[in-house]
Write a protein that binds this ligand. Sequence first.
Ligand code: PHE
Length: 342
Amino acid sequence: MWHTEICMIDEILKELEQVQTENDLTAFHKNYLSKTGKLTMMMAGLKDLSPEQRAEAGKRYNELKRAVEIEFFKKQAFLKEQAVNEKLKNDPLIDITRPAINELQGTLHPITHLTRKVSEICRSMGFLIVDGNEVVTEFENFDAVNVPADHPARDMQDTFWLTNGKLLKTQTSALQHEILKKYGPVVSAIFPGRCYRNEATDASHEFSFFQCEGMMVGKDISIANLIYIMKTILSGIYGKEIEVRLRPGYFPFVEPGFELDASCPFCGGKGCSVCKQSGWIEFCGCGMIHGNVLKMAGVNPEEYQGFAFGFGLTRMAMMQYAVNDVRLFNSGNLEFLRGIKR
Ligand code: PHE
């Protein structure tokens, strides 16, 4: 009996070909392919055949059912497409000639964007990019960078202390010790990262902000190297030649210490609102790493010297994108983020 059934395939396919509507297609499915459909039932009938016949017939039935299924799915897709085309043609509310609405695209956070830019420039000069901890010890944040116990920076007001006695790093300098110990005594590294200070927030103060620290230690490293590296980093960031100048500055972990000014990248030194008409912007603290800092990390200051610098990535972003409220960077305000042209 199964031979006759198999001969029916042409007729079944012809019937499918004539299907014009989704309703007819549903009926066809019910009739042949559903659990109680003819093709499914035929499979069930195989159990009455002898084992040899059953193997051969089973194979044929499967092929047949598969062939019908393939045509069925093709028809289904065709009818769907036809329905959509009909709707597009006839629905007065759909205008297929209108330009598509752009999908909203994600972008890097401006701080991430700047961090990557700085990292790329430093990487090209052979610097390691180190991703340090946010939770550090009192020793790392203060003692190891030569901040004496009675220094005002240790004031409880400025530091977020954790119940385990550790703290949220108040400056990226907190990673100097670990990096010197891990990679020293010859090392060039930058370590961008989030810092925390326990202070009231307003348009120019945030309890959490980003800094980028840099360090170069080796034999015969001098202030000339510091100036060259800072000039290269700044010129790379702003895409133009930037001049730098040093003024004396005090930081416990450098001696001599400096404040570094950069020629204003926004007006080229002529004077503008960003540089307050001076032609220079205060860019960062820097200096030659204090002998105590090297010694505490097991580096002999008689043999090795180095410089360190630390600048505010958040502050840089404020200048770069003319943002007048620092709190916006942590706000998650999409309108603000979308408005920034990177
Ligand atoms: N850590 C200093 C600050 O937060 C910056 C600095 C880093 C100064 C390295 C000198 C050398 O202001």
